[in-house]
Ligand binder design. Structure first.
Ligand SMILES: Nc1ncnc2c1ncn2[C@@H]1O[C@H](COP(=O)(O)O)[C@@H](O)[C@H]1OP(=O)(O)O
Ligand SMILES: [Mg+2]
Length: 359
């Protein structure tokens, strides 16, 4: 087969993520308004299943031979018809107003039963061979619930290498030049200037565009900040202390001479934020030695940051390796930074984590 520039994959991924993100937003708003109270299920559960169904149906329509690694399986929906019907009602009503987009995505799903089969198509084991999509329908569930940052994430890997990545971040500022505010992790009350889609294709750079409800605009090129002095950095980390050691991050920042407080936000919105230069570093430092990261939590963000001119590795300075199934078996932690300072950051990360293991 001729080499691909992945333009069709990118177009479909953007539309699928746009449609799925609109669904999650409508779940959040229905929940906030109390119109979802017929079901006992959490809005995260409903949004997760709905978004996964929409993305997989778009992929199956366009790329029927491809494999899919997705976070959810339909078992709970098969056992709970009320939950199934709640999700189905949302899925069948979520359409893009732009007609051409509808046909590109294969139109509406035919039935609730078919929706369950589609959700279960995300059960690939992943691996080092072939075309495999990784989906996280709602990354950052805690952020979603508190009206803060979350992301709808989709990436295409070919032979274990990420070729296309898209992140739908409905609660990040539209503008690439808006600096990160301290309350970015919690405040999504102003919908107006919020909502962005980040994307990247290997070798073609990274882009952002507004998360519109209609036809998507052309992407704007995005770049990591040209940070020459690491002590000027703004660093991002998880809100959840169980996901990344905030104590280790504070020690690392101190040793690097960083004085600004960290910006805490949920989800791969952290990767998008540093890729557009709104922040500089993303530190994810293991809390539990036995936790293995999932590929859908990193594949899109990894490519977007690298295509924006950044470097993404684990805490040992190894590239994230997506070729070992559904998890990042060979990696611990994530350190993403502009190329100019990544080496210096890793030096200090090793120092801080190394001194801990000697205690
Ligand atoms: N102990 C852990 N260490 C690191 N990440 C974790 C841990 N437990 C869960 N996660 C994952 O962190 C991701 C969110 O990260 P962030 O804090 O950056 O928003 C979720 O996808 C979550 O996976 P899961 O959804 O399986 O619980
Ligand atoms: Mg996740």
């Amino acid at each position: 087969m001729a080499t691909s520039n992945y333009s069709r994959e990118l177009d479909i991924a953007l539309l699928a993520v746009q449609r799925a993100t609109l669904l999650t937003k409508s779940v959040f708003h229905s929940h906030a308004k109390g119109t979802l109270n017929k079901s006992d299920a959490s809005p995260v559960t409903i949004g997760d299943f709905g978004a996964q169904a929409l993305i997989i149906s778009a992929l199956q329509h366009n790329f029927p031979e491809d494999e899919i690694v997705a976070e959810e399986e339909a078992k709970d929906l098969r056992e709970n018809t009320q939950l199934r019907d709640t999700v189905w009602n949302l899925v069948k009503d979520t359409i893009l107003p732009h007609e051409q987009s509808q046909s590109a995505l294969g139109g509406s799903l035919p039935s609730a039963e078919r929706m369950l089969d589609i959700i279960d198509k995300g059960d690939s084991k992943g691996g080092a061979k072939g075309r495999i999509w990784a989906i996280d329908p709602i990354d950052g569930t805690k952020g979603f619930l508190r009206g803060g940052q979350y992301a709808v994430c989709l990436a295409l890997m070919v032979d274990g290498d990420v070729k296309v990545g898209v992140l739908g971040c409905p609660n990040l500022p539209v503008s690439d030049s808006e600096p990160l505010s301290e309350n970015i992790g919690a405040d999504a009350t102003d919908d107006e200037r919020k909502g962005v889609l980040f994307s990247a294709v290997q070798g073609q750079g990274a882009h952002s565009r507004p998360m519109s409800t209609g036809k998507l605009a052309e992407g704007q090129s995005i770049h990591m900040s040209p940070l020459s002095n690491v002590s000027d950095a703004t660093f991002c980390e998880s809100v959840e202390a169980a996901h990344s050691s905030q104590g280790d991050a504070a020690n690392i920042a101190k040793k690097l001479g960083i004085t600004k407080p960290s910006v805490r936000m949920d989800s791969q919105a952290k990767y998008g934020s540093i890729a557009r230069g709104a922040g500089d570093l993303y530190l994810r430092l293991p809390v539990r030695a036995d936790y293995v990261e999932k590929i859908w939590d990193h594949a899109a963000g990894d490519l977007i940051v690298r295509e924006a001119g950044g470097e993404v590795t684990d805490a040992e300075s190894n590239r994230l390796d997506f070729s070992h199934g559904r998890t990042l078996l060979r990696n611990k932690g994530v350190i993403a930074a502009p190329k100019s300072v990544h080496g210096k950051v890793i030096e200090v990360v090793k120092e801080v984590l190394g001194s801990k293991s000697k205690v």
